[in-house]
Design a binder for this molecule. Structure first.
Ligand code: NAP
Length: 351
């Protein structure tokens, strides 16, 4: 049992029946400063959330509601919205306009209208609302998040890729003449809970394939964030792994200078020396997905290839934790003046 915090913040999860929402519920149930007061899915509710999700029996008491913005705003001080893109941003905007602190896990609030239209191929939310949303990557926007009332939680691939590349961009080490090539792989929970042909066992088990080649919707938020420091183009290949959780990124970077791995390591060590959830490993260590599973850590490994001069950045997260719910709770903590790591200090599940 965790010791309750003296003042508890009433928090709700909209989309609590999805994979991101369920991970939020798991984390918030153990958060010492949170009282979980409101859970909603898209279908009908019921008094017992755990009848649908027996793994949370004895842990969750809040009932499951069909979503009602007025009731949600009345019962919560802060709301996590984890609905499909296209719906999520609208619901987040409704709750934010009712004066609640809101963290949206979808892509709807991460990029401005024109980029959104081009990459998500649908109408954006009100640009005036999107403009108020702070991009919730705490390691790079801590002060802005602390003042925000509306946060756009980053995408899972974007989190791993940006944490892996931003130290180089901020140090001015990216070569603007060369695109960064990113090989990115995700476990199947990244696609959400609704089964599809490509995610069901018979198609994915013992299989492995790229998807959304040249068209992944996290590309614009990655270039937007790198672009705060330097002109940068990123070409990524997203691939589906036959595992439940985890994102593994390898970025191939041509630097704008000759540097050995010790110098590169120093750039990363300085960038992340005061943050709780990025572990920069000494040169020679290559991280694995099970080193972060179920935790809020991002593990980074570095290798400079002497023959080609290319830097390989290895960046690993759990897509549902640092890639979604854990990062959302980290943002919630900052927005409420709580210690950044509160409720997130559980170690990874290994093996
Ligand atoms: N999965 C990840 O690794 C991950 C990582 C980062 C960000 N995200 C983002 O987080 C959001 C949720 O993702 P997820 O993986 O949790 O998806 P999911 O497993 O498919 O869950 C979606 C949730 O939204 C509800 N829902 C579905 N359609 C709806 C509609 N038309 N109106 C209202 N509610 C609806 C579902 O309720 P019912 O169960 O009642 O249908 C469920 O609670 C997405 O925007 C996704 O891009 C996901």
């Amino acid at each position: 049992m965790t010791t309750p915090h003296t003042t508890r913040i009433r928090a709700g999860v909209v989309g609590a029946t999805g994979y991101g929402g369920l991970e939020l519920v798991r984390l918030l149930a153990a958060h010492p400063a949170v009282e979980l007061t409101y859970l909603a899915g898209s279908k009908e509710g019921g008094p017992d959330f755990t009848a649908w999700f027996p793994h949370l029996a004895g842990i969750i008491e809040a009932p499951l509601h069909p979503f009602d913005p007025a009731a949600c705003a009345e019962q919560c001080d802060a709301v996590f919205v984890a609905l499909p893109s296209g719906v999520s941003g609208q619901v987040a905007a409704q709750l934010w306009e009712r004066g609640r602190r809101v963290i949206d896990l979808s892509g709807d609030l991460r990029v401005p209208a024109e980029l959104y239209r081009a990459w998500y191929i649908r109408d954006p939310v009100d640009p005036a609302v999107q403009a108020q949303a702070v991009y919730g990557l705490p390691e790079w926007h801590r002060e802005r998040i602390a003042k925000a009332t509306l946060v756009a939680n980053p995408g899972c691939y974007a989190t791993a890729i940006l944490l892996g590349l931003l130290p180089l961009a901020a140090a001015g080490w990216l070569n603007p003449a060369r695109p960064v090539l990113v090989d990115a792989k995700s476990g199947v929970t990244g696609a959400g809970r609704t089964p599809t042909l490509t995610t069901h066992l018979g198609e994915l088990y013992e299989n492995f394939f790229p998807y959304k080649v040249g068209a992944h919707q996290h590309t614009p938020e990655i270039e937007q964030e790198l672009g705060r420091y330097a002109e940068a183009k990123v070409l990524m290949t997203t691939q589906l792994l036959p595992v439940a959780r985890g994102i593994y990124v390898v970025a191939y970077v041509t630097l704008d200078r000759a540097a050995d791995v010790a110098q590169v390591y120093e750039v990363y060590r300085e960038a992340y020396e005061d943050v709780p959830f990025v572990r920069v490993h000494a040169p020679g260590h290559v991280p694995q997905m099970k080193h972060v599973r179920g935790s809020n850590f991002c593990d980074i490994g570095l290798f400079v290839d002497g023959r080609t001069g290319v830097l390989q950045v290895f960046s690993v997260i759990d897509n549902l934790t640092k890639g979604a719910a854990g990062q959302a709770v980290q943002n919630f903590n900052l927005m409420h003046g709580l210690p950044e790591a509160m409720g997130l200090t559980g170690g990874p599940m290994f093996p």
